[in-house]
Design a protein around this ligand. Structure first.
Ligand SMILES: NC(=O)c1ccc[n+]([C@@H]2O[C@H](COP(=O)([O-])OP(=O)(O)OC[C@H]3O[C@@H](n4cnc5c(N)ncnc54)[C@H](OP(=O)(O)O)[C@@H]3O)[C@@H](O)[C@H]2O)c1
Length: 247
């Protein structure tokens, strides 16, 4: 019998998107709301409630730091009280700290791993009890987690770790029929990439076969498809204009 994506019987899915105040996470949340699903937007800033309010009645905002264990426990409790279930979890909140190894401060290493790797592991652990059969976890990775970019040891290691976690949890959670996949953006115009110099930007775009940066909306569309898949788990979906083919 064909499997259908999880929903509350009405076909409406309940999403939680971390890092949804701007950029890719916001685009994912906006897309899911616009297609009739319910979405909880999460970021550290208290303004996330206003950001969510602007997306209409399908959205709600909860301020939480994915590196803070107490915040995650509170978040799970609020989702349980409000919805009693969670169909789609998008681990998108991310932090980039650069610097060659001789310049990497321990605090940068720790903050990057805490946000990009430990946070997703803990949030999945907290929210899993609320996820029904057919639930979907979408982790947002990075090309840097699959290829060696000098100066990106913290970020690259954190995203490579997240790719490993995706594979392990895909295998572990299959018995609960919870699907775990990774969407990997290439080079997308957001606040995270806004401070890159024009010269560096041109150099990266030159390596992209499609010869342009991606938009948050293009990544969001792929997260939507991945979250709706019923027979894909442990997969890595590059959404990078072909960048991986050219590195
Ligand atoms: N842009 C790219 O080219 C690119 C490429 C590959 C992968 N990615 C990945 O895509 C994801 C989104 O990136 P983006 O470019 O949209 O970044 P962005 O514009 O910098 O947005 C990052 C989001 O994460 C939130 N955030 C950061 N730390 C957090 C924490 N500890 N707890 C909760 N929320 C936190 C931020 O909100 P607050 O500051 O309000 O907390 C913000 O909403 C990241 O995982 C990133 O690594 C991006």
């Amino acid at each position: 019998m064909a499997q259908v994506p999880a929903g509350s019987g009405t076909g409406v899915r309940h999403w939680l998107v971390t890092g949804a105040s701007r950029g890719i996470g916001h685009a994912v949340a906006a897309l899911a709301c616009s297609r009739g699903d319910k979405v909880c937007l999460v970021s550290r800033s208290a303004e996330i409630t206003d950001v969510a309010a602007r997306l209409g009645e399908n959205a709600m905002g909860i301020a939480a730091d994915v590196t803070n264990v107490d915040d995650l426990t509170r978040l799970a409790s609020q989702i349980s009280t409000k919805w009693g279930r969670l169909d789609v979890l998008v681990n998108n909140a991310g932090l980039h700290r650069g610097g060659t190894l001789d310049r990497v401060a321990d605090c940068d290493w720790d903050a990057t791993l805490a946000t990009n790797l430990t946070g997703p592991m803990r949030i999945i652990r907290e929210l899993l009890p609320l996820m029904p059969q057919g639930g979907a976890v979408v982790n947002v990775g990075a090309v840097v987690g699959f290829r060696g970019f000098p100066g990106d040891s913290c970020y690259g290691a954190s995203k490579a770790g997240l790719a490993g976690l995706t594979q392990v949890l895909a295998a572990e959670l299959a018995r609960r029929q919870v699907l775990v996949n990774m969407v990997v953006p290439g080079f997308v115009f957001t606040e995270m990439t806004s401070s890159i110099s024009e010269r560096a930007r041109r150099a990266i775009v030159n390596r992209i076969p499609l010869q342009r940066m991606g938009t948050p909306e293009e990544i969001a569309e792929v997260c939507w498809w991945v979250a709706g898949s019923t027979y894909m788990t442990g997969s890595v979906v590059f959404t990078d204009g072909g960048l991986m083919c050219n590195l």
